[in-house]
Design a protein around this ligand. Structure first.
Ligand code: UT7
Length: 329
């Protein structure tokens, strides 16, 4: 499986730290020094998550040089679909990718890596040749904008990669590891509201709806700085790759301090650490493909580059992948 295209899309509205300070008791200095975030994008009235995902997917397909009918699989990694039944089929229709099976996959901020690995299985076992994997989230619709401990972190966006089946010698997914631990899930969740209404005498039903994001920031921080280096280390060892041989470290963009801590642990210099969270904040499943698309477009990531990536977040879920960027064949 080769990574042959990438694309991204972000909303037009931006919200900087000073503007946020008009809503909650926070300030630019606190947010910048504790997180590295300066601004984030917020989906407004004339945009949708499906629309952003479509744009990101279209860019990835066009970089790959694909006709829409040649795509056989579209995976949308998201926790915030426009439709709880799944938004991937809407993207499929907008792309005109009529031969693609399409479905949503949820693993919160690890969703993109989980979806990438899932798509790779179809391509490697020979059942499909072309897959589009999109990571997109609109957490701004589920954030409690009066909770300064969490609302400063999140933003909206979408990123996509185009994956093409190849011979095993040319496989661009050198290795991966995925993990989950539901016993620690209460550190970060977006739960159903417990609201029961009478249906008929003696029977009630639950009304649909979610309460805002609940997060224990300190616990999530500790989880990330413990588990991410561990899973990356395992992956590097199994694949007999030394950290100095990596071209890029591409982590889920949650907090610059987490990126720095992981990079320090492997003595990876700052110029090899991809980071755009100053501009976008944490866009959940979108962070990794959004960052990749940006670095491919501006020429930083080149064909043949070796990338170590790790996603982590709610679930709890986390994962890592070693990838070689191929670009258009
Ligand atoms: O995809 C995964 C998503 N989640 C994450 O990545 C979260 C990971 N965790 C973090 O990034 C950090 O824990 C945070 C950025 C959320 C918080 O940073 P921290 O250094 O752990 O701060 P803290 O929660 O210990 O708070 C320190 C102080 C507190 O004041 P006191 O009690 O020391 O007086 C907070 O009330 O900072 C205060 N504070 C704020 N002040 C201004 C918390 N949030 C804010 C804020 N603005 N937005």
């Amino acid at each position: 499986m080769a990574l042959v295209g990438s694309g991204s899309a972000t909303p037009n509205q931006s919200l900087n730290n000073d503007q946020l300070g008009q809503r909650v008791d926070t300030n630019d200095d606190w947010i910048r020094t504790r997180t590295g975030i300066r601004s984030r994008r917020v989906i407004g009235p004339n945009e949708t998550l499906t629309g952003l995902s479509h744009s990101a997917g279209l860019s990835a397909m066009s970089m790959a040089g694909w006709e829409p009918e040649s795509v056989e699989l579209i995976l949308l990694a998201t926790s915030t679909p426009d439709d709880l039944f799944g938004s991937a089929p809407q993207i499929q229709a907008k792309l005109g990718a009529f031969n693609a099976a399409s479905f949503d996959l949820t693993a919160a901020c690890s969703g993109f890596l989980f979806a990438l690995v899932t798509a790779a299985q179809f391509l490697r076992n020979g059942s499909m040749k072309r897959a589009l994997v999109i990571g997109a989230d609109q957490l701004t619709r589920w954030v409690d904008w009066d909770d300064r401990r969490s609302c400063v972190l999140f933003g909206d966006g979408a990123g996509a990669v185009a994956l093409e089946a190849t011979s095993s010698e040319k496989d661009g997914l050198l290795g991966f590891k995925l993990k989950s631990d539901g016993s620690r899930g209460d550190c970060l969740n977006l739960p159903q509201v417990q609201d029961y209404l009478p249906l008929v005498p003696g029977t009630s039903h639950q009304r649909g709806g979610f309460s805002p994001i609940q997060m224990n920031g300190k616990e999530v921080y500790k989880f990330a700085v413990r588990e991410v280096p561990e899973i990356l280390e395992e992956l590097l060892q199994v694949n007999e790759i030394l950290p100095e041989n990596l071209d890029w470290l591409l982590l889920h963009q949650a907090n610059q301090r987490i990126l720095d801590a992981v990079a320090d642990r492997f003595a990876i210099p700052q110029h090899k650490v991809l980071s755009n969270l100053a501009m976008y904040g944490n866009t959940s499943a979108a962070t990794i493909p959004l960052m990749l698309a940006e670095a491919v477009n501006d020429g930083r990531v080149k064909s043949g580059d070796l990338i170590a990536s790790s996603g982590f977040g709610a679930g709890l879920s986390w994962g890592a992948a070693l990838m070689r960027w191929q670009g258009p064949i």
